[in-house]
Design a protein around this ligand. Structure first.
Ligand SMILES: [Zn+2]
Length: 314
């Protein structure tokens, strides 16, 4: 059974401001809620049209804000809510155990309040895992983690941006992961609790985000909405033969300048500035390919199926 999962990191624009060292005060309350009040309804429409149920990685502190109604609607439509921490701290992987448990515990309570159930899965802010973070997930009974992003071009681009910002004397909230992530398995695996980017015996499954074999080009929303059609088709051909494909999207994949995003952010986050109609057309096309070529499932469903031993003779 070949499975494809679609997930969305529901990051507010203020987290992008933090990455780029911009003042969060440039964003008013309306702009800070755009990812839930405007982007999420658009994504739910795209998913419904493609017949795809997705996994939504929600920042716990957003749950009781202006997006509560849309999140509730997403649960009703069969989408999965999973944890993206409580306040989206980029340094979570390096946090003390007390802060880790607080970030995870508060997000669990918030998500339980809106969906009626504890989250089964987790994705780390900035995709950065660590042994203490993985151990906390195991201790708290998570079934899967979906933080691993073994993408070489993404890693190099992030390193270059952070280096340039340091030279320019600008501080970023973001930080670079260990290069060990670049050799992490591309397909689901049981991680080593001491070295999360290697295979081991942890009692949860790691569900990595899609990257192509060999060159490890990430097949994710930013690439789909930025590259020309022929390049997206080529990248899809490279990952379409895998048994498991996890497509990661962001709320900004369906936002653009017309939504009232401050110019300072549009000028540094170029994928956000691209016209929304074009981005939505591209996403609809790719969701159609996934629904045609794979059985689509939420990450929780895929994780549960992978944890089962294969039936006799399969
Ligand atoms: Zn995030």
């Amino acid at each position: 059974m070949r499975r494809a999962c679609v997930s969305v990191d529901l990051d507010g624009l203020h987290h992008y401001a933090r990455i780029h060292g911009l003042a969060e005060s440039a964003l008013d309350a309306r702009a800070r809620a755009l990812h839930l009040t405007v982007a999420l309804p658009r994504l739910l429409e795209l998913f419904q049209a493609a017949g795809v149920r997705a996994t939504l990685f929600v920042v716990g502190e957003d749950v009781h804000g202006p997006g509560a109604e849309v999140l509730h609607r997403a649960v009703q439509a069969g989408h999965e809510l999973a944890s993206h921490s409580h306040t989206h701290p980029y340094a979570l992987a390096r946090a003390a155990p007390g802060q880790l448990d607080e970030e995870l515990g508060r997000a669990e309570e918030a998500l339980q309040a809106v969906s009626g159930r504890r989250p089964e899965g987790f994705r780390a802010p900035g995709y950065t895992l660590s042994s203490p973070l993985l151990q906390a997930l195991v201790r708290r009974g998570y079934h899967y983690d979906a933080s691993v992003f073994p993408a070489v071009p993404y890693y190099l681009a992030k390193a270059a941006v952070l280096f340039a910002m340091r030279l320019a004397g600008r501080a970023s909230a973001s930080s670079l992961d260990s290069p060990a992530v670049l050799w992490a398995p591309r397909q689901p695996y049981a991680p080593d609790v001491d070295r999360p980017y290697r295979r081991g015996t942890a009692p949860l499954v790691e569900l990595p985000m899609a990257v192509t074999p060999v060159l490890r080009v990430p097949f994710f929303g930013t690439l789909l909405t930025s590259l020309p059609g022929w390049a997206v088709r080529a990248a899809y051909r490279a990952v379409a033969g895998d048994d498991f494909l996890s497509l990661e999207l962001h709320a900004v994949d369906v936002l653009d300048g017309a939504d009232g995003i401050p110019g300072a952010l549009l000028s540094v986050q170029r994928d956000v500035a691209r016209p929304r109609a074009e981005k939505e057309r591209r996403l609809a096309q790719v969701l159609g390919w996934l629904a045609r070529d794979f059985q689509t499932a939420t990450l929780a469903e895929a994780g549960r199926a992978l944890a089962q031993p294969a039936p006799e003779g399969a």
